[in-house]
Design a protein around this ligand. Structure first.
Ligand SMILES: *[C@@H]1O[C@H](CO)[C@@H](O)[C@H](O)[C@H]1NC(C)=O
Length: 305
């Protein structure tokens, strides 16, 4: 592995209150290959594949594809846990997501809900100001905590590591019980040789800034998205391949979990319905740990802890 001693010492200090190996979960798409929405049976089939690796999945919206309505019965039946996403923009989408959240959340026990994230890279895209996002987080917390039995479900947000390190965004962090930081060495155009170093450096900076903003090391922190594509065009010095994804898994994902950082990997399954992004044709569809209809992972998902 390649990282500086200084980074590791600082990271170690930053997470000194954490002893255990970080948890693992997978980000999960809500559409099948045709682009149609998944139903409960599709989620059950996903969980059949996933559950020997993790019991945690994350979704991004409650109302798109009627996600919560169809997902939560599968979560309950398969004994999974879930990060539920609420989409805070625009106002009508936010209203639909709040409605679906309060309608369906009681389908599973509060103990099955790892957290609720309001927004996914909303600040990165400039969809909301930090204070408007903080208001949305507080509004969702009030709604959920008013439901009997759900008073301690953590509510927060997810954004890119470089947004979270910017003190101008701290209102969203201080409003959060749980913060998810996304970091993709691929999208930073890193060589495979430097990807682990870059990843640790990014996450360490995000974690330290969040701890400073919260005035505490006792916060719930997750990597919200990371991973490496297995096919598609290169981005600067980053080359998609199964071998590179396997290397990133070992040197970055396993390694940061070994330092106690909870990690959600983007993403469980390939999403071939996704449109192309100009310049990186063939990449967006191939971030899956499993092929779309796969039952075996594309490469080993074990870690040597
Ligand atoms: C490797 O990653 C570090 C941390 O992100 C960065 O400062 C450095 O410039 C990178 N090195 C190369 C050769 O890109």
């Amino acid at each position: 592995m390649r990282f500086s001693v200084l980074s590791f010492a600082a990271l170690s200090a930053a997470i000194s209150s954490v002893a255990a190996i970080g948890e693992l979960g997978f980000d999960l798409g809500v559409k099948v290959a045709s682009g149609d929405c998944k139903y409960t049976a599709d989620y059950l089939s996903d969980f059949e594949t996933i559950k020997s690796y993790t019991d945690i999945v994350r979704v991004y919206s409650t109302s798109d594809c009627n996600t919560l309505e169809y997902l939560l019965p599968a979560v309950k039946q398969a004994g999974m846990r879930v990060f539920i996403g609420v989409w805070p923009t625009d106002d009508s989408h936010f209203a639909l997501d709040k409605q679906a959240l309060t309608t369906y959340i009681t389908e599973v026990d509060a103990s099955s809900i790892v957290g609720i994230t309001v927004g996914s890279e909303a600040l990165y895209r400039g969809d909301l100001t930090p204070s408007a996002l903080a208001d949305a987080i507080n509004e969702v917390r009030d709604l959920v905590h008013a439901i009997d039995g759900y008073e301690s479900v953590p509510v927060g947000t997810a954004d890119s590591w470089n947004i979270l390190v910017d003190a101008a965004n701290s209102a969203a962090v201080t409003a959060s019980d749980v913060v998810l930081a996304n970091a993709f060495s691929y999208w930073q155009g890193q060589t495979m040789a430097n990807s682990s170093h870059s990843f640790f450096d990014d996450i360490m900076q995000a974690l330290q800034t969040i701890q400073t903003a919260k005035g505490s090391t006792d916060i719930s922190f997750w990597i919200g998205e990371t991973g490496w594509p297995t096919e598609g065009q290169s981005y600067e010095s980053s080359i998609p391949s199964v071998d590179n994804a396997a290397t990133f898994w070992q040197e970055s994902i396993c390694a940061i979990r070994a330092w106690g950082i909870n990690t959600l990997v983007f993403e469980a399954f390939d999403e071939t319905w996704k449109p192309e992004t100009s310049g990186v044709e063939g990449t967006e569809q191939h971030w899956g740990l499993f092929a779309e209809d796969g039952v075996s992972p594309k490469y080993s998902l074990s870690c040597n802890f």
